[in-house]
Every structure is written in structure tokens, then in C-alpha cells.
Design a protein. Structure first.
Ligand code: CDP
Ligand code: CDP
Length: 223
């Protein structure tokens, strides 16, 4: 199976780019951040104390997480219910960030993600795909951009969905998230030694997609 691992900080464009690349190549895209968010959603719905790692560990036994293909996209199902925009709330973002630091959660999702990549050609995006989840991925790409540019992108995304966000607040949140992601003890955000780096601070979406595609074609002869 061919696997493309795309890692990088929040707002670098990983999910948007991975989705487009997967469509172009006929691969399946998995946004691994959404898996952490789905577990956070389960914890929230069941009133589990997300600051208590032991409680979180106990409740994982009851998590029924599935991915189903729906056209070119993936649906995340929790207990048979499709989850999408509810995973993006501020509350779920906060819980996801906390529980992503727990070993039990990372181990649970590690197996889930590896199983997924064994069954089909995938483009997986996250923080630790090239370093931990798929250390033998066919292609590894680390996408980044300056915090200011990434905050500007989030501002635009949020404004489009009717919110009135403050740029400085978003920038602070991005910097905080970068710190948490890179300083986590288990599976921190880090470029894999053999990953190609794309800094897309001064690139538009099309340019980034083209750049990712050309790296994939260079590294995988059959594409
Ligand atoms: O998944 P991640 O948090 O890395 O980022 P995303 O949600 O996929 O992308 C954030 C926003 O940046 C999206 O609206 C993309 O269309 C946009 N973007 C961009 O404007 N220029 C790029 N070169 C890459 C992404
Ligand atoms: O787009 P944004 O950065 O806001 O979040 P996300 O990519 O949807 O990830 C949700 C949470 O899961 C974040 O706190 C990430 O640090 C974490 N995560 C992780 O620890 N490992 C991954 N492979 C993917 C996400």
C-alpha cells in the first residue's frame, strides 16, 4: 500500500491540501485530528472528567469509532452517528488538545490509524504521522507557515462561517497550540528526518498542492 504522511502545525493547510491530493490520486484521506476530536466529543457527551487521565482511559473501552467512505470523503461515526461540524467547537478543540497528550488515547488511536493505512492507499494528515504512526510511509511531507499567516487563515475561515473573531486572540491561540504540540512528551509535533519541508507562508493553495504532488511523484515511481 502507498501512504502519504502530511504533518504540520495548526492552520498550515494540512487537511485542505490532503483532501485535494487524495482526490487527485484516488487515495483515501484521513484527517487524524478529527479522530482526537471524536474522542473528545465522546468524553464531553458522557461527562467524563477530561483532566483525569484514569477516567479517560476507562471510558475508551466504550468508544465505538468507525470511518465510512462517502463519495470521495470520509465520514466519522461515533456509536453509529455521523459527526462533522460538532467536532469543530471551541469546547471540543480544548478537550481534544488536552486528551491528545494522554498515552492511553494515543495508543488507542495508533492502532486505529495503522489498521486504516494497511487496508488502502492513504493520505493521512496530523502531527505525528511521519514520526510515529507511519514511520515507513512512502512519502513524508512537513507543511508549515508563519504563525501570523496561519492566524490570518483561521480568521478568514471563522469569518466565513459567520463568527467575528479577533486576530490577536487567534494568533495567541495558534502560538499556544504550537507550544503544546511541540512540547508534548509523547508524539510531539516534529518533522521526521526524512520528510520534505514546505513553508507555504507565501504560497497559495494551488501552489502548495502542486508542490506536494511533485514531491510525491519524485518519491513514488508508480504515481
Ligand atoms: O489542517 P490545518 O489546520 O493544517 O489547516 P486547514 O484547516 O486545512 O487550512 C487552513 C486554511 O488555510 C484553509 O482555509 C485553506 O484553504 C487555507 N490555505 C491557504 O489559504 N493557503 C495555503 N497555501 C494553504 C491553506
Ligand atoms: O486544526 P487544529 O490544529 O485546530 O486541530 P486538529 O488538527 O483537528 O487536531 C485536534 C487536536 O488533536 C490537536 O490538539 C492536535 O494537537 C491533536 N492531534 C494530535 O495530537 N495528533 C495528530 N496526529 C492529530 C491531531
Amino acid at each position: 500500500m502507498i501512504s502519504v504522511a502530511i504533518d504540520g502545525p495548526a492552520g498550515s493547510g494540512k487537511s485542505t491540501i490532503s483532501k485535494i491530493i487524495a482526490q487527485k490520486l484516488g487515495f483515501v484521506h484521513l484527517d487524524t485530528g478529527a479522530l482526537y476530536r471524536a474522542i473528545a466529543y465522546f468524553i464531553d457527551k458522557n461527562n467524563v472528567d477530561f483532566n483525569n487521565e484514569n477516567e479517560v482511559k476507562k471510558c475508551l473501552k466504550f468508544v465505538d469509532l468507525k470511518i465510512e467512505k462517502s463519495g470521495a470523503e470520509q465520514k466519522i461515526l461515533l456509536g453509529g452517528k455521523v459527526l462533522s461540524s460538532e467536532l469543530r467547537s471551541l469546547n471540543i478543540t480544548k478537550i481534544a488538545s488536552r486528551i491528545a497528550s494522554y498515552r492511553c488515547v494515543r495508543e488507542y488511536l495508533l492502532n486505529f490509524q495503522r489498521d486504516f493505512a494497511e487496508k488502502q492507499n492513504v493520505v493521512m494528515d496530523g502531527r505525528d504521522i511521519g514520526t510515529v504512526v507511519l514511520p515507513n510511509a512512502s512519502v513524508k511531507i512537513f507543511i508549515t507557515a508563519s504563525p501570523e499567516v496561519r492566524a490570518g487563515r483561521r480568521l478568514e475561515q471563522m469569518s466565513k462561517s459567520g463568527e467575528k473573531p479577533d486576530y490577536n486572540e487567534i494568533l495567541d491561540a495558534i502560538k499556544k497550540r504550537d507550544y503544546e504540540d511541540t512540547h508534548r512528551v509523547i508524539a510531539p509535533l516534529k518533522k521526521a528526518d526524512d520528510a520534505a519541508v514546505i513553508d507555504n507562508s507565501n504560497m497559495n493553495l494551488n501552489q502548495t498542492v502542486e508542490s506536494v504532488l511533485s514531491i510525491i511523484k519524485e518519491r513514488v515511481e508508480s504515481i
